[in-house]
Design a protein around this ligand. Structure first.
Ligand SMILES: Nc1ncnc2c1ncn2[C@@H]1O[C@H](COP(=O)(O)OP(=O)(O)OP(=O)(O)O)[C@@H](O)[C@H]1O
Ligand SMILES: [Mg+2]
Length: 331
């Protein structure tokens, strides 16, 4: 199951992603955590110290390896150079499984030990001012998108992405890759403005979107959110002393997280599971093809000098029965 946390800067995406990841690990789920935000803080929120976080491999730096591996023996993709971030898998492509070992995970992920189990952490790598709006920014996020599009995930396997709600994710189709998108919003007008923009894109593609109110201080805050987003409001999360003490560098064990916050995290998990149960793999595959054709036409064909529409394998449907081509070993 694939889950994204999006929202305005500072709303609490990273905090809630990290709490959710810890909650899943405590429930013995298999988790890949992905830091795809402009501000790369997920590692720190999962307890890595500065040196460990800085030493995380950057997916953006391994794009050639990622493309070469995923392309596999797919005859429709002539070379890694003609593979763009939206190139969909087809017969012969290598797929990824959450619990396997493969060269991409070896190069781009690190195991993070939490109180209640291990998770895999992958990070796009830091974005610099000069990245924004140019090719390397797109390729960093593109590395995540390629992996999501080639990933076959089962019901007890989670990919949790801490993500920027930027225009890039709308142009490429990244925002349609998730079974559930949690939009983190503080109970303020600015907090819900990102929701409106997201909702607009989401509507046309049947994206499952729920608002998680954060830093909610009382019934008045919840009423405000309810009035602004209606039934899309899933739950409100209050200030957490547990989070605050972690921020002070005095982390306590996850089992000491406030009970109401723990219950809220369970609601998030239940909601994501329900939504995964409704996943339509054919539609999922169709959407990646849709965005690929769009990207091919608008810039990809010109950039690569190839007809990228020919990369689409019309008979291919990504689904749970397909296995990765890596060496399968439990995480
Ligand atoms: N429920 C909460 N209780 C206590 N502190 C919180 C809570 N949610 C967020 N915070 C604090 O608010 C700050 C911003 O949160 P966070 O970094 O998670 O936001 P973000 O949306 O990821 O921001 P950015 O856009 O910079 O990536 C952090 O200092 C975090 O510890
Ligand atoms: Mg963040």
């Amino acid at each position: 199951m694939k889950i994204a946390f999006v929202g305005k800067g500072g709303s609490g995406k990273t905090t809630l992603s990290s709490l959710f990841i810890r909650h899943l690990a405590a429930n013995e789920a298999h988790v890949i955590a992905v830091d795809a935000d402009i501000n790369q803080h997920l590692g720190a929120a999962l307890g890595l110290d500065e040196a460990e976080a800085a030493a995380l491999p950057a997916m953006g730096a391994h794009l050639p390896l990622i493309k070469d591996y995923l392309r596999g023996a797919n005859p429709r993709i002539a070379s890694a150079e003609t593979m763009i971030k939206t190139t969909p898998p087809g017969e012969g492509s290598r797929l990824l499984r959450v619990r396997e070992d493969n060269p991409i995970f070896a190069a781009c992920s690190r195991t993070v030990r939490l109180d209640d189990g291990d998770v895999r952490l992958m990070a796009t790598g830091p974005f610099t001012e000069s990245d924004l709006g140019v090719a390397c920014y797109h390729s960093k996020v593109g590395a995540v998108e390629l992996c999501l599009n080639h990933l076959v995930d089962g019901p007890d396997e989670y990919v949790v992405v801490d993500m920027t709600a930027g225009s890039d994710s709308f142009a490429s189709g990244m925002f349609t890759r998730f079974d559930m998108t949690f939009l983190v919003a503080e109970p303020t007008r600015k907090g819900v403005s990102v929701y409106r923009q997201y909702k607009e894109y989401a509507r046309d593609f049947g994206v499952a979107l729920k608002v998680v109110g954060n830093k909610v201080q009382g019934p008045d805050d919840l009423e405000f959110l309810r009035a602004e987003v209606g039934d899309d409001l899933l739950i409100g999360i209050g200030h957490s002393d547990w989070v605050r003490s972690m921020e002070k560098g005095r982390p306590s064990r996850f089992e000491l997280l406030e009970a109401d916050n723990r219950m809220a995290l369970q609601t998030l998990q239940d909601t994501a599971e329900d939504s995964y149960g409704l996943r339509d793999w054919e539609r999922y595959t169709r959407q990646m093809v849709h965005f690929h054709l769009k990207n091919a036409e608008s810039w990809g064909n010109e950039k690569t000098g190839a007809d990228l529409a020919a990369q689409v394998d019309p008979a291919f449907v990504l689904d749970e029965r397909r296995t990765g081509a890596g060496v399968t070993a439990p995480a």
